[in-house]
Design a protein around this ligand. Structure first.
Ligand SMILES: [Zn+2]
Length: 73
């Protein structure tokens, strides 16, 4: 059983978070509640946020994941 990869705040705290203990849904890293929350936030951003009309340059070489994959080769 894969557990949800999200965290949730301890009741009454806005700064202390603990791992979610719910089971992740099939083919997802998150439980139903967290998956819905992430999807809902992304949907709201797409619907309500202004599009940014500028180029964004990303230096992929500095990403930790890229570094790990490069060392495997
Ligand atoms: Zn969860």
């Amino acid at each position: 059983m894969n557990k949800c990869k999200a965290y949730y705040p301890i009741a009454g705290s806005r700064t202390a978070w603990i791992p979610c203990v719910q089971k992740a849904e099939a083919e997802s890293r998150y439980c139903r509640r967290h998956g819905d929350a992430i999807f809902g936030a992304m949907l709201g951003a797409i619907v309500y946020e202004k599009a940014v009309d500028e180029a964004v340059e990303v230096e992929a070489e500095k990403w930790p994941r890229f570094e790990r994959e490069r060392k495997k080769r």
